[in-house]
Design a protein around this ligand. Structure first.
Ligand code: GUN
Length: 286
């Protein structure tokens, strides 16, 4: 029977440490870190994610600004807005919530953000640095997964097989890179993979990031595996659930993250951590 690893508890302790840093700055009359979150349109999931980010900033006392623009905002207007925040020395982090409306070119928008304020770690420059194993802003969800692995003593994966299910730019591809850096032998599987369960059942560390409710059953999992569930789905009864059949897989795994209270809260904690890191770099540059 697996130990259930509550990312929510790890995130709370990280946020508590950051709150103390904010209190110190405030007491010393210093400038506080500032995060700007830009949301275009009214996608309900995106709205809920950005509210979570706003709430977390408020909780630790970090400055934050939510810019909510209509769905029909012109790409040029968004680019101009990003440029304003790039130049504003009071702003440490800029996050444009994805997905963007169809008429906008995501690549062009992400490229416009100053890489030094790219607290999402989505700018091609930062992705390139991550690929080369250099210090940079890491995408928040993969960074949160690595933090969870560290806390359970799985930060050196020498000799271990890691299997990632899903190949998105936000989770699948970057987590594969970070696992590789931690010395794992990494396999990335996806919707076109043949006999996927044969591959996943070899994994010492299994990362599920597909977005399909309870897809990963216990026969996909090796006994004693560490199972990290990144999925946030609604099942047929509209209940929140992950990509992993939690009740069955927890009987077989050694560690498992739940949904909710697993990786989701870690993503937000890492965003705050990245903004704090950006602030410290900006202050050194002044
Ligand atoms: N959409 C889903 N996850 C994310 C995220 O981590 N950052 C941004 N900017 N958009 C997202």
């Amino acid at each position: 029977m697996a130990e259930v690893v509550y990312g929510s508890e790890i995130a709370a302790s990280i946020k508590n440490d950051l709150k103390q840093q904010m209190d110190c700055l405030r007491n010393a009359g210093k400038r506080l870190p500032r995060l700007v979150v830009i949301l275009i349109g009214a996608n309900p999931a995106s709205l809920s994610y950005v509210r979570g980010k706003e709430k977390a900033c408020q909780m630790i006392g970090m400055e934050n600004e939510l810019i909510h623009l209509p769905e029909d905002t012109k790409e040029q207007e968004l680019l101009a807005l990003i440029e304003t925040y790039n130049k504003n020395t009071d702003v440490d982090g800029i996050l444009v919530q994805l997905p963007l409306p169809e008429h906008m070119d995501e690549h062009k928008i992400l490229l416009a953000i100053d890489p030094g304020k790219d607290v999402d770690g989505f700018h091609p420059y930062n992705i390139g640095r991550m690929m080369m194993g250099e210090a940079t802003f890491l995408p928040c969800t993969p960074m949160g997964i690595m933090e969870v692995l560290k806390r359970i003593g799985y930060d050196d994966l020498s000799g271990k097989q890691a299997v990632v299910i899903g190949r998105s730019n936000i989770v699948g591809k970057p987590i594969a890179q970070l696992l590789l850096k931690a010395n794992a032998t990494v396999t990335v599987t996806h919707s076109k993979t043949k006999d996927i369960e044969k591959i996943t059942s070899q994994a010492d560390v299994l990362i599920a990031a597909v977005g399909k409710p309870r897809l990963i059953r216990s026969d996909w999992v090796k006994a004693g595996a560490v199972v990290i569930d990144v999925g946030v789905n609604r099942d047929e009864n509209n209940h929140l659930c992950g990509d992993v059949d939690f009740e069955a897989v927890k009987e077989k795994a050694s560690f498992i993250t739940p949904v909710p209270k697993g990786i989701g809260p870690m993503t937000i904690a890492m965003l705050l951590q990245n903004t704090w890191n950006a602030y410290q770099i900006h202050e050194r540059e002044v």
